[in-house]
Design a protein around this ligand. Structure first.
Ligand code: PLP
Ligand code: COI
Length: 353
């Protein structure tokens, strides 16, 4: 692969403990082009740069854009590792299939990303709870106004040293149950990481923010009755010590952290149910003291306890607005594997180099 190094490296963050999410970018990026008839070609690592685009570029009009989110971690003894990167690229291919974007060669792309992380390894922060966020993206690049699938695409990967996604860190977040707008329906694009899903979610987040809430809990798009997911996380509830999470039926994202939580919890002997869960069941369980904990899971958000839920005009406090023992255990164990503090019984970690 062509690797073109920058001649003007940027200064790295001085105070890593002050890092937030996605504001600082590293010196290099990975790019791979797609052309119909030729496939994915010209993989290269180049200095971080602006994209040169025609205003008629198809992604700008019809939104054929998908992305991923994963992380690289530096272990205490200086090794660099990624968490389940093949799963991210496989998921990107599932998103791509729904949006008529051609599939990436998974092993080759993971290898290119590893090389990018290797080039940028000095950018991986080591302060507690920091990591290098990896953002693969695909955009349609044909210059045309007809509505059809593009015949050319750009895949690129940028890297960002990050701290916690929420300003609360591991402290509980407040979640607003959205009853007016919906995020996705079965048969739509809810299970993909397409840019449009996030654009459609912003109005809910803005309304929630006005009430002082960090995120929106989306309900199903048909009956507005069942819990789906939060803006950037899958949801888990602990009801009478059973871990319950909505099933993957096409309208929510199949989170890689969600899958890790389910597998780890079962490995620890906890009962996990993937089933439809009505918001009324959650609110009733909260009122009657049966809702032991609630938390979200995501790459950016890791495990994020939910301390308060608001639905209509009612607010319920969960576990005294403190992180519960199951969320704490899952956080400790999963981050333990990610940062190389604990052994990895599932083979999730991929070493770079
Ligand atoms: N749900 C949505 C809508 C997301 O954007 C994310 C983040 O990627 C998740 C769930 C969690 O998925 P993962 O654990 O793979 O990061
Ligand atoms: C992630 O967790 O990687 C996400 O993509 C969530 C969000 C920043 C969109």
């Amino acid at each position: 692969m062509l690797i073109q190094k920058t001649t003007t490296p940027k200064a790295k963050p001085v105070d890593e403990s002050a890092l937030t999410f996605g504001k600082v970018f590293t010196d290099h990026m990975l790019m791979i082009n797609y052309t119909e008839g030729k496939g994915w070609h010209d993989e290269r690592i180049v200095p971080y740069q602006n994209l040169d685009m025609d205003p008629a570029c198809m992604v700008l009009h019809y939104g054929q854009a998908i992305f991923e989110g994963m992380k690289a971690y530096k272990t205490a003894d200086g090794r660099v590792q990624m968490f389940r990167p093949q799963d991210n690229i496989n998921r990107m291919n599932k998103s791509g299939e729904r949006l008529c974007i051609p599939a990436l060669p998974v092993d080759k792309v993971v290898d290119c990303i590893k090389q990018l992380v290797e080039v940028e390894k000095d950018w991986i922060p080591t302060a507690p709870n920091t990591s290098l966020y990896i953002r693969p993206t695909i955009i349609a690049t044909d210059v045309a106004l007809g509505v059809h699938a593009s015949k050319t695409y750009l895949f690129y990967v940028i890297l960002s040293p990050v701290g916690p996604y929420y300003k609360e860190g591991l402290n509980p977040v407040k979640i607003f149950v959205e009853d007016e707008y919906v995020r996705a329906v079965r048969g739509g694009t809810g299970f993909t990481k397409c840019a449009g899903n996030y654009a459609a979610s912003l109005i809910g987040s803005e309304r929630a923010a006005k009430f002082g809430y960090s995120q929106v809990l989306w309900l199903d798009g048909v009956e507005r009755k069942y819990v789906e997911e939060v803006g950037a996380m899958n949801m888990f509830f602990v009801i009478d010590n059973v871990l319950v999470t909505p099933p993957l039926e096409g309208s929510i994202l199949g989170g890689i952290t969600r899958d890790s939580v389910i597998k780890y919890a079962r490995h620890k002997g906890l009962e996990v149910q993937e089933r439809k869960i009505a918001i009324d069941e959650v609110m009733d369980a909260a009122r009657s003291g049966h809702l032991n904990e609630a938390f979200g899971s995501g790459t950016a958000a890791v495990i994020s306890p939910v301390g308060m839920l608001r639905m209509d005009d009612e607010e319920v406090v969960i576990n005294n607005n403190e992180i519960g023992p199951i969320a704490q255990m899952l956080y400790d164990e999963i981050t333990g594997i990610q940062y190389g503090r604990l052994s990895d019984p599932f083979g999730w970690v991929v070493e770079v180099k």
